[in-house]
Design a protein around this ligand. Structure first.
Ligand SMILES: Nc1ncnc2c1ncn2[C@@H]1O[C@H](COP(=O)(O)OP(=O)(O)OP(=O)(O)O)[C@@H](O)[C@H]1O
Length: 213
């Protein structure tokens, strides 16, 4: 279980103190709702280690994560701005998620093939990312995140800007991937419909505090 207890954060020179408590079981999705600027992304940044907690703790199956450096955290993140290299192929974009050079091992190439099947892009392995639709590009970004198979998956409004039908396909894919890989998924969204479609539990930021709905 991913467990977040009395986690606190205050930005430098700011008055607001954000407080978070939540738990996510293996294979579960927790949705985080809340107005713009309410502190949703701040929580993801603390879990990922981009911001240091001002108090409280984060643990996964009893293992303390709170003070681990970013690169040691068992976390992958998918943002709305997916940071793909448009001129590179789908395969190369995904491999860049695991190695800094493009000299990958045969095992890694095989893994890319498997992951592309999982996200329904097996026909596009060698296509430049620029030739894909917005929804397909988000599938590439998801595949890149999945290659490392980290047990915690954080999604920060990743499907904003996609049409409703494509968004639903992506949400259902996140659900399938979370269930099949026993991930602990936290999805930040401003859309209640997203949460209702795939979340096992819903939380909302209210007055700088995360509250279970
Ligand atoms: N570096 C910073 N210094 C001071 N305040 C900050 C900093 N970064 C963010 N904030 C403020 O902290 C608050 C929470 O930001 P956060 O990004 O977590 O909100 P959010 O709920 O994710 O918003 P959105 O839905 O618009 O992305 C906002 O009011 C923001 O202006």
């Amino acid at each position: 279980m991913l467990s977040i207890n009395d986690l606190k954060y205050r930005y430098k020179n700011a008055d607001d103190l954000y407080t978070y408590a939540l738990s996510v079981e293996r294979g579960e999705i927790a949705a985080i709702l809340g107005q713009s600027g309410s502190g949703k992304s701040t929580l993801l940044d603390i879990i990922a280690g981009f911001l240091p907690a001002s108090g409280g703790n984060i643990s996964l199956d009893g293992r303390e994560l709170t003070d681990l450096p970013v690169e040691k955290r068992p976390v992958s993140i998918l943002f709305q701005n997916h940071n793909l290299f448009e001129h590179l192929s789908v395969q190369k974009n995904i491999l860049l998620g695991v190695s800094r050079t493009l000299k990958s091992s045969r095992k890694e190439f095989e893994k890319v093939g498997e992951i592309l099947k999982e996200v329904g892009l097996e026909k596009y392995e060698y296509a430049p990312v620029a030739s894909l639709s917005g929804g397909q590009q988000q599938r590439v970004a998801l595949a890149r995140v999945l290659l490392r198979r980290e047990p915690i998956l954080l999604l920060d409004e990743p499907f904003t800007g996609l049409d409703r039908e494509t968004k639903i396909e992506m949400l259902d894919l996140v659900k399938k991937i979370t269930t099949e890989n026993h991930l602990h998924t936290i999805m930040v969204t401003h859309d209640l419909l997203d949460a209702e479609r795939i979340a096992d539990k819903v939380y909302k930021m209210q007055n700088h505090t995360l509250v279970k709905q």
